[in-house]
Design a binder for this molecule. Structure first.
Ligand code: SAM
Ligand code: SF4
Length: 329
């Protein structure tokens, strides 16, 4: 029984947060660093994750993304990937990372069965990068990008959250990276999530403005088919090898094409990033049939694609939406 909601959307993609921990403190994501309450639930262990993935695959999930927090901090990451890669129904395993530990782990990740990585990178300037991430070293990320490319963890995607007055003057520097390299640069609109959104209103920049900036480098040609394109709309600057992706969760939500569920690090199934509705999978993890029912129950929580995202409503009402680091970005 595949997963299809009442609006006809098929769910074949699962994002799993492996840990709420991270070695960075990006100011828009983890402004206070390790500030989760002491009684914050332990992350799912390897056995729990494997059971959830097995059931998800039986229900038609074919694509898995591992995220966090920082997924490369998960101790059992390699055996977890190996397990997933051995499930015949899983055709694509990807990982979103800040890239810090990637240079040393890329080869083992590839060998375990990881197909590709997305690397989050918000500045190409050492000092600024350190400031955004609360101490990160840009040289380590560059080494991670090179290692991932070498190992064939491709197409390699670089995700930049564009933040007005912080890094919007680098939009074209990132776009220029596609001139000679077959990489994807993906610009993401800043979202008011978690504790990092006090400055959101003055720092938000729309995809329209980001595209205008990219257009100053040349003609943007639409690209229709890109592997694992998700919610991004893709373009290529004329004559460039790589592509530019634009992700607009705020200015133009992509709910109509939504094909995903998320599992938080503490084992809550979420049907929508912006909804507070969550279903506890952990309590039922040893019972395959009961787990399947929970996945089907979650379909009811997929909001109408025609309604505005909950995010905007939360913001208006001053409600705190769980941060990306908790949900798994
Ligand atoms: N630590 C990994 C990383 O940074 O790639 C994975 C987790 S991180 C939460 C996943 C993505 O969420 C990153 O690309 C990050 O930039 C993005 N993100 C976090 N908070 C965000 C926000 N408020 N608005 C937009 N993107 C956000
Ligand atoms: Fe860590 Fe990723 Fe959040 Fe930055 S965006 S603090 S790297 S989880």
């Amino acid at each position: 029984m595949v997963l299809q909601d009442r609006f006809g959307r098929k769910i074949d993609y699962l994002r799993i947060s492996l840990t709420p921990k991270c070695n960075f403190k990006c100011f828009y994501c983890r402004p206070q660093g390790d500030c989760l309450p002491e009684d914050y639930p332990e992350p799912l262990d390897r056995r729990e994750i494997e059971k959830i993935v097995k059931v998800a695959s039986d229900l038609g999930i074919t694509k898995i993304r591992l995220t966090g927090g920082e997924p490369l901090l998960k101790p059992d990451l390699i055996p977890i990937i190996r397990y997933m890669a051995a499930i015949p129904g899983i055709s694509d395993i990807s990982l979103t990372t800040n890239g810090f530990f990637l240079a040393r782990k890329a080869a083992a990740l590839k060998k375990a069965g990881l197909n590709r990585v997305n690397i989050s990178l918000d500045s190409l300037n050492d000092e600024r990068f350190r400031s955004i991430t609360g101490g990160g070293r840009l040289s380590k990320i560059k080494a991670g990008i090179d290692a991932a490319t070498r190992e064939g963890l491709t197409p390699l995607k670089i995700n930049m959250v564009v933040i007005k007055g912080i890094n919007d003057d680098e939009i074209t520097d990132f776009a220029a990276l596609t001139r000679d390299r077959d990489i994807h640069i993906r610009y993401i609109e800043y979202m008011p999530l978690g504790d990092g959104h006090s400055q959101w209103q003055e720092r938000y920049l729309s995809v329209k403005e980001i595209m205008d900036a990219c257009g100053s480098l040349g003609t943007l040609e639409k690209v229709e088919k890109v592997k694992g394109n998700g919610p991004a709309r893709y373009y290529r600057l004329a004559g460039h090898q790589g592509v530019l992706g634009f992700i607009s969760p705020i200015s133009e939500h992509f709910c109509r094409e939504c094909n995903r569920f998320r599992v938080t690090s503490d084992g809550m199934l979420k049907a929508c990033l912006f909804s507070g509705e969550e279903i506890n999978l952990r309590e039922t993890v040893n019972d395959e049939e009961a787990l399947k029912l929970l996945f089907h129950q979650a379909l009811e929580f997929k909001p109408s694609p025609l309604k505005p995202p909950y995010l905007a409503q939360n913001l208006c009402q001053g409600v705190r939406a769980r941060g990306m680091v908790e949900i798994g970005g």
